[in-house]
Design a protein around this ligand. Structure first.
Ligand SMILES: *Cc1c(COP(=O)(O)O)cnc(C)c1O
Length: 458
């Protein structure tokens, strides 16, 4: 019998979780105006709000924290991180930033102008935000299969080359500062991009003389999927695959809170000296001097170790297989989930889950409430509340798909926690025909309303 995967680490420090009662949670949720962002973390038993900055560091990373060099300029920790980034990405130049969106802010300040067009595969919301803030446009060129949950495709993060070439053909080269490829594609549900597709995108970009940048938050998870699903990569190491991806482009932005295995941090790495010089000015202005860029010395040290740990196969196997374990348990119970399972999260299909609630009463939001009441589990709505109102008509926008996302923090929970989540959802699913509450909005912000919206039960 083939040995199953097991975590390639053991636990040295634990953090206590409070197991609240359903009665307590009902009251807390009411006090939080039925918005999970308003809960205190002690009120949550299993927190699947995000996998960003919520993972556990290793003893090696904590040891590095103690020897962090906090010098303003020329810190040893900076040099350590710079060397690691060079080895893992192959890029010549490197700038630390305090997190991923800061890397976007710095790089895009150097590259994006009003009226520009930045094509890519379902840009992440902060990426799109930083493009649109500069009065430029993000054009989504993801393959159509990504938006159909009933279709199996091993690389749903892939770019449709025809859509991309159309953008290149219909716009002057000067209007397209770069193409951005998000690996894995967060907005499409943590779906990977294949090496074949990355190569094709790279060639197309070269043909039209457009630089290619990677939004690399989950680049190691993407490399893992390539190793598992793409012919010719079975025997390559994750580090070899990652380097091969990066060499197809000109640079990258990174949210180190994901595959950097740290709680805060980010960076830019790139080859073009001119762009580096321009970005340096913005980095000093927005983030800090170039040898810390918004990070502590100790945090740069921990990130240097984290990047190496995150690109080890055994770690990635246990991480991604844990997410798939939860997905499979749910699928076995008949609970509707998006497939194939993404690298960092499971998506519950609320349209199939709670069909008795009208969409005007916020189905996915209601399911997220129910999951918290029943199990003390915090997910996040990716549905009508998140989709916001149409900026012109001010009507609610109803997306075709309504999800509750359960993001799994790295190295943080055990498979018993996954079992607990699966059973809580099974119990909700088995009673789905019973009357459930819809919700109505009592107060909302004009934009990004999901963080602060106040709701009430109908
Ligand atoms: C998280 C994330 C970002 C933004 O990074 P922050 O560290 O949260 O600022 C950008 N792109 C992708 C794909 C991400 O997942």
């Amino acid at each position: 019998m083939k040995l199953p995967y097991a975590e390639p680490y053991k636990i040295k420090v634990v953090e206590k979780l409070y197991r609240s009662t359903q009665k307590e949670r009902t009251q807390w949720l009411k006090d939080a105006n039925y918005n999970l962002f308003n809960l205190k973390s002690e009120q949550v038993f299993i927190d699947c709000l995000t996998d960003s900055g919520t993972g556990a560091m290793s003893d090696q990373q904590w040891a590095e924290m103690m020897i962090g060099d906090e010098s303003y300029a020329g810190s040893r920790s900076f040099e350590k991180l710079k060397k690691t980034v060079k080895r893992i990405t192959g890029y010549k130049y490197f700038l630390p930033t305090h997190q991923g969106r800061a890397a976007e802010n710095v790089l895009f300040s150097a590259l994006v102008k009003e009226g520009d067009i930045v094509p890519g595969n379902s840009h992440f919301d902060t990426t799109k935000g930083h493009i649109e803030f500069r009065k430029a446009h993000a054009v989504d060129c993801t393959i159509d299969e990504a938006f159909d949950t009933s279709i199996y495709h091993p690389f749903k993060g892939n770019v449709d080359l025809n859509k991309l070439e159309k953008v290149f053909k219909e716009n002057p080269k000067e209007k397209i500062p770069f193409t951005i490829l998000t690996i894995t594609c967060n907005s499409a549900g943590g779906q990977p991009v294949s090496m074949e597709n990355t190569k094709a995108v790279s060639e197309l970009c070269k043909k039209y003389h457009i630089p290619l940048y990677f939004d690399s938050a989950r680049f190691a998870e993407n490399a893992y999927f390539i190793k598992k699903r793409e012919k010719g990569y079975e025997n390559k190491s994750i580090k070899e695959i990652a380097l091969e991806i990066f060499q197809l482009g000109d640079g990258m932005t990174m949210s180190a809170k994901k595959d950097g295995l740290v709680n805060m941090g980010g960076f830019i790495a790139l080859n073009d000296e001119k762009v580096y010089k321009e970005a340096t000015v913005f980095n000093i202005m927005f983030e800090g001097f170039i040898t810390y860029g918004g990070m502590n010395g100790r945090d740069m040290g921990a990130l240097a170790i984290g990047l190496d740990e995150a690109t080890e196969f055994d770690y990635l196997e246990s991480r991604i297989e844990q997410v798939a374990y939860l997905g499979q348990r749910l699928a076995d119970f008949g609970v509707p989930v998006q497939q194939p399972f993404g690298g960092h999260a499971i998506f519950l299909d609320a349209n199939k889950f709670v069909p008795t609630i009208p969409k005007e009463e916020f189905r996915a939001w209601s399911l997220a409430m129910e999951l918290y009441i029943v199990g003390g589990i915090r997910g996040v709505e990716i549905g009508t509340i998140l989709a916001d109102r149409d900026p012109e008509t001010r009507e609610n926008r109803f997306p075709e798909l309504e999800f509750v996302r359960l993001a799994i923090p790295r190295r943080t929970y055990t498979n018993h926690h996954m079992d607990y989540i699966a059973v809580a959802l099974k119990n909700i699913f088995n009673t789905r025909e019973e009357a459930r509450h819809g919700y109505r909005i009592i107060d909302e912000a004009p934009i990004m309303r999901h963080f602060t919206v106040k709701m009430e039960k109908i």
